[in-house]
Design a protein around this ligand. Sequence first.
Ligand code: PMP
Length: 366
Amino acid sequence: RTGWLTFAPMIMHNFNAGPSILPKEVLEEASRALLDFSRTGLSLLEIGHRTPIFTAVMEEARTLVRELMQLDDAHEVLFLHGGATLQFVQVPMNLLDEDQVANYTETGTWSEKAIKEARLFGKVHIAGSSASTGHTTIPKNLQVEAGSAYLHLTSNETIAGTQWHQFPYETKQPLVADMSSDVLSRVLDFNRFDLIYAGAQKNIGPAGACLVVVNKNCLGKIKRPIPAFMDYRLHIKEGSMLNTPPVFAVYVILLTLRWLKKKGGVSGIEKQNQEKASLFYNTLDALPLFQGPVAKEDRSNMNAVFSMQDPKLEKEFLQAAEQEGMVGIKGHRSVGGFRISLYNVLPLSSVQAITSFMRSFANKKG
Ligand code: PMP
């Protein structure tokens, strides 16, 4: 069976789309904390979340997000359960009344899921769609309905391999973004967004926690009663401890954010991400054996999707790549082909490895 190795080569190149690669030093430190956290003689998993040593973890994680994103005082940082999928529900539940309209952009699988859930709470207007191009583009010239509750977009479509490189900041509506697969990977004016959510398991840590950054001024404006667990205001009030938080996930996020800060923060990592993406796409464009479906200006720097001119070669390519320790390159089951995820933690050396492998494979076949 493909996708799994029967042996582990010396060097692994982990292109998984999520959960995905984490820094080795983070995994080492996290594993130490599993046995003896902060020299307490107890595991991180064995202590109360309200103990000072855990509240310090939560506090530092929150502070690092504020610092890395350069957030203003109106924005609050939360770590919640339920992944980005729960945010598809929680966002409209908190921001969209039954008689209101929310604008959504439709750019692929993930925005479609968000749209489906929002329709349970109010009216949805599709302000822009890439459906006619098979989601190989990002819609331009949005038709945003005036007076609506918010405008939602998926900043990076993990499966389609598209990414917003210019945001509709000029819109009058609160701007909401699902940044699950590109959060903290590039410099953005994060304060221009009223709500950002991101499942942690791609750029900022392991699965189990979802980062939410919300402008508190856009809360409390709707008539609907909100169940306590779904109410952002209560999570803010309780400092992400309305109930037991996902302690281990939050701790590994903290370690990953410290790692990111050491790498030069968001601007430091952005440079590396651009270098990785350029190397990959330049190689792809130079080799006729491979093709990328996405319009060049809308290509994602996080998830590069491609296929082979001759689909019969794909199995051979996949198996040969796996033999070289390159894992997680199979495309999502809904689109086939290949997908290389270039998240923050992936080193340039892994992109060098796969691009030189692609060149030598093409030479052999050419
Ligand atoms: N949005 C995007 C853009 C994603 O890539 C994913 C996960 N791949 C999700 C939402 C869903 O995230 P979760 O599994 O954390 O619910």
